[in-house]
Ligand binder design. Structure first.
Ligand code: PLP
Length: 425
């Protein structure tokens, strides 16, 4: 199946007379005829469901679709993108371990790593995604357990050199984890470039309609945990907290990582996606390929329009030929990148505030990556407590507008931007 077909068909094949749509199994618990039948589930000797805090059939069918789209061997849905990023690392690292991460990752992930997970005893080194080979090499330590990056960074729109970071990670015997939220598997398949694990905030393009917060983790099944058994004892030695199972022995490289995350992390943290939300997510996935095409073509036209408007100081979009990341984007995402653009309004903070006040179609929202065009001026909203100097130090200029181009008619989006920009001239 091609990806457009997978969006509709993958993950669930109804049998004769069964519902065509993935059914919502809105049940916390599952019934068994005998205790022995249930015991086999607890020993992970049989697959099945017993409690939705760990696993639910609706979620698994939707996760299977995302696994197919990414070209992975196993996947799980989580309650949010944050939970997916947390589990993806915590599944293979603990107190005393170290992770190398790109410095331009989404702010929420940065805070999760730099504050909360540091408090748990995991250390992080943040590297410039365009750092020299020497700087990258120097970031690794003997206790490094993974490398983490974002295909297209939110909001900096830095295109990550997946192949380069995968090679560096593998040279040090650790996996590369990629947050593929902005590109989606329609535009980029990180596993084809050497990544080992992919995470998503499904809240964004995958859901695509502002309906359900969610996340997903997909395993490529390619990372050889056995070859680095000393580094990953959680996968290669018996789990005494789960009936003495050794995940790689029982589930192979293709299933060990996700099974461990389900059996241990979902059991203990319970950050599972509600089946109802998984159903909404599946509706979003069905149209993902069509929507991504439209997001990208709209964004390209909008970016070109903004570049030609003399009320605009600068435009950052990897689809523009003069963009720093254009060549890299062409390599990893030849069919398009995403619908998110950032640009600066001439006249700084005040002019940007005036522009925001005049928008009619562009919706003021902190969200990005859904059907509606969303606009944010960080200096007067999310970052309003910062002075211009502090803003610049945090990489957000006072004039910066983040524009998530939706799938409305592009002429309506451009006309709205034009009239709002004319108000600041
Ligand atoms: C790239 C990226 N990763 C992860 C997240 C976190 O996802 P969620 O909000 O679903 O927890 C976000 C949220 O904006 C994001 O943009």
């Amino acid at each position: 199946m091609r990806r457009e077909t997978m969006c509709i068909q993958a993950g669930y094949e109804p049998k004769n007379g069964e519902s065509r749509m993935i059914p919502i199994i809105q049940s916390t618990t599952f019934k068994y005829d005998t205790s022995e039948d249930m015991g086999k589930l607890f020993d992970l000797q049989a697959s099945g469901y017993f409690y939705t805090r760990l696993q639910n059939p609706t979620n698994d069918l939707v996760a299977a679709k995302i696994a197919a789209l990414e070209g992975g061997t196993a996947a799980m849905l989580t309650s949010s993108g944050q939970a997916a990023s947390f589990f993806s690392v915590f599944n293979i690292a603990g107190a005393g371990d170290h992770i190398v991460a790109s410095a331009t990752i989404y702010g929420g992930t940065f805070n999760l790593f730099n504050v909360t997970m540091k408090r748990m005893g995991i250390d992080f080194t943040f590297v410039d995604p365009d750092c020299s080979d020497e700087e990258l090499e120097a970031a690794f330590r003997p206790n490094t357990k993974a490398v983490f990056g974002e295909t297209i960074a939110n909001p900096a729109l830095v295109v990550f050199d997946i192949e380069r970071f995968a090679d560096a990670a593998h040279a040090h015997g650790v996996p590369l984890i990629i947050d593929n939220t902005f590109a989606t598997p329609i535009n980029c398949r990180p596993f084809e470039w050497g990544a080992d694990i992919v995470v998503h905030s499904t809240t964004k393009y995958m859901d695509g309609h502002d309906t359900a917060v969610g996340g997903c983790i997909v395993d490529s099944g390619k990372f050889d945990w056995r070859a680095y058994a000393d580094k990953y004892p959680g996968l290669t030695t018996p789990d005494e907290s789960y009936h003495g199972i050794t995940y790689v022995d029982q589930f192979g490289l293709e299933g060990a990582y996700i099974t461990k995350a389900t059996a241990q992390l979902m059991r203990d943290f319970g950050s599972i996606q509600a089946p109802q939300n998984a159903f909404y997510l599946n509706l979003g996935l069905e149209s993902l390929a069509v929507r991504m095409e439209r997001h990208c073509s709209n964004a390209q036209k909008v970016a070109e329009y903004l570049q030609g408007n003399d009320a605009v100081e600068w435009v950052n979009y990897p689809g523009l030929p003069d963009n720093k990341y254009y060549e890299r984007a062409q390599k990893y995402m030849p069919d398009g990148t995403c619908g998110v653009i950032s640009f600066g309004v001439k006249g700084g903070r005040t002019a940007a505030e005036t522009f925001m006040k005049h928008l009619k179609i562009g919706m003021i929202a902190t969200h990005v990556a859904d059907a509606h065009t969303c606009v944010l001026h960080p200096a007067s909203s999310t970052h309003r407590q910062l002075s211009d100097e502090e803003l610049l130090a945090s990489g957000v200029s006072p004039d910066l507008i983040r524009l998530s181009v939706g799938i409305e008619h592009v002429d309506d989006i451009i006309e709205d931007l034009a009239q709002a920009l004319s108000s600041v001239k």
